[in-house]
Design a protein around this ligand. Structure first.
Ligand code: SF4
Length: 428
């Protein structure tokens, strides 16, 4: 394939100028960047050469590759298959055995200035690495070599990030993630089972546009994708707040789309962007489809978050029976108490106002202040010299007056109180 740049490759793929700009805007949105960044992304992709990629698969079910190839977004698939220069991926090779190994080593030798390394699957230390051999070598050694020549390494899927399912239970193969194999080179973790292809595409586009990986948390997860609790973005969240839960699969609550917390949803303790990015061209994600979040983006999720259908444990260790609905009930009780006090205060104020109004009516009837007689007296008194008030005092320096006709905003209550059972970091 000609190597005349990313944009030319996209055009050859059939992408129009309009869809290219839409793609750039979608990438900016996925990266949680303002729309003003879209032109910069478009310009960078236009000017960039195709980025060489070496993709290694170790202890993996292949789900991340499947998720990528079966992505409903033609732009995402185009980015990987045509726009990136995938030099090695064992599922895409037309050769096997020694020729496949030659493809890997020649890909690494061909780009002395580096390539993008993508690793899928965990690496086992058990049996001297013998549980997963690539070309006869332990996967850990191959990953170490590939990462050493890379400009950046991206771990895709939970297995590559922290061992994932192979590391669950007694971890019989001594599986682990790849982070400590990449040395000090730039590293990014994209956990998920599988990774969302849009997040992977966004990281690559960010690298192309800004020549660096996007900002990340301590686990190496990009903040644009893993910086917010799933629970905070979930479309079923209002039902959680109102205590409307599905209690059994298929019951009335499940059919009405109520919260799946009591059926084991791990959204309150999982950081991710599934509710906003979704899957299949943003059509759906698991909670929208009726299944709770299993917490697959949380480190060691298989051990820490399982079983999938067990309700999250108490957020307070010394109160093991405390559950989020009890906490929510207590909070609601507190809110009800405050509301009651407020209502009593309002009632007292209304009563006082009624008394003042009645007193004023009686005063008017008796010719007191405000009565026609009192008004006439007031007009007679107006023959006295009129004192015209001066201009209002100038505001203190630094205090701007509101423009005429613009009312000062009322102080807003913080409506964003979160009744999350776990910490807001999502880490356990
Ligand atoms: S518990 Fe699950 S289903 Fe309920 S609001 Fe949170 S993420 Fe959504």
């Amino acid at each position: 394939m000609q190597d005349d740049g990313l944009y030319a490759a996209l055009v050859r793929r059939g992408m129009t100028r309009r869809s290219f700009l839409q793609f750039s805007a979608a990438m900016a949105a996925a990266l949680a960047l303002p729309a003003a960044h879209a032109p910069r992304i478009a310009a960078a992709v236009e000017a960039s050469k195709r980025l060489p990629v070496v993709w290694i698969r170790a202890q993996s079910c292949g789900g991340n590759t499947e998720a990528l190839l079966r992505s409903a977004s033609p732009d995402t698939v185009a980015l990987f298959l045509d726009v990136l220069d995938i030099r090695y991926h064992d599922a895409f090779l037309g050769v096997s055995g020694g020729d496949a190994q030659l493809a890997l080593t020649s890909a690494m030798d061909l780009f002395p200035n580096g390539y993008l390394a993508v690793v899928e699957g965990s690496v086992p230390d058990g049996a001297s690495g013998g549980y997963c051999l690539l070309g006869g070598r332990p996967a850990a050694d191959v990953v170490r070599d590939v990462a050493a020549g890379a400009i950046a390494t991206i771990a895709v899927g939970s297995c590559a990030c922290d061992g994932g399912a192979p590391a669950a239970g007694d971890n019989s193969t001594q599986a682990r993630g790849v982070r400590d194999l990449v040395g000090g080179a730039p590293y990014m973790a994209l956990p998920g089972c599988p990774v969302n292809p849009v997040n992977l595409a966004s990281v690559i586009v960010h690298y192309i546009a800004y020549n660096q990986l996007p900002p990340a948390d301590l686990a190496g997860r990009p903040l644009f994708a893993y910086g917010n609790l799933i629970h905070n973005q979930c479309e079923r969240r209002p039902h959680f707040e109102f205590g409307e839960y599905a209690l059994e699969w298929g019951d009335e609550g499940a059919q009405k789309g109520w919260c799946l917390y009591k059926l084991g949803c791990k959204g309150p303790e999982t950081m991710g962007n599934c509710p906003t990015v979704r899957y299949g061209e943003q059509v759906s994600w698991n909670v929208r489809a009726g299944h709770g979040c299993v917490g697959c983006m949380t480190p060691s999720f298989w051990n820490e978050m399982g079983p999938a259908y067990r309700r999250l444990p108490s957020p307070v260790p010394f109160l093991p029976n405390l559950t989020v609905d009890v906490v929510g009930g207590a909070l609601l009780g507190g809110i009800a108490g405050v509301t009651g006090v407020h209502a009593v205060g309002m009632g007292a104020r209304f009563k006082r106002r009624r008394m003042i109004a009645a007193r004023e009516r009686a005063s008017v009837a008796a010719g007191g202040p405000g009565s026609p007689r009192a008004e006439a007296g007031s007009r007679a008194a107006s023959a006295a010299p009129v004192i015209v008030p001066g201009p209002p005092p100038a505001p203190a320096p630094g205090i701007a007056e509101p423009a005429p006709g613009i009312a000062e905003p009322a102080p807003s209550a913080d409506a964003a109180a979160v009744i999350a059972p776990g910490s807001d970091t999502g880490e356990r």
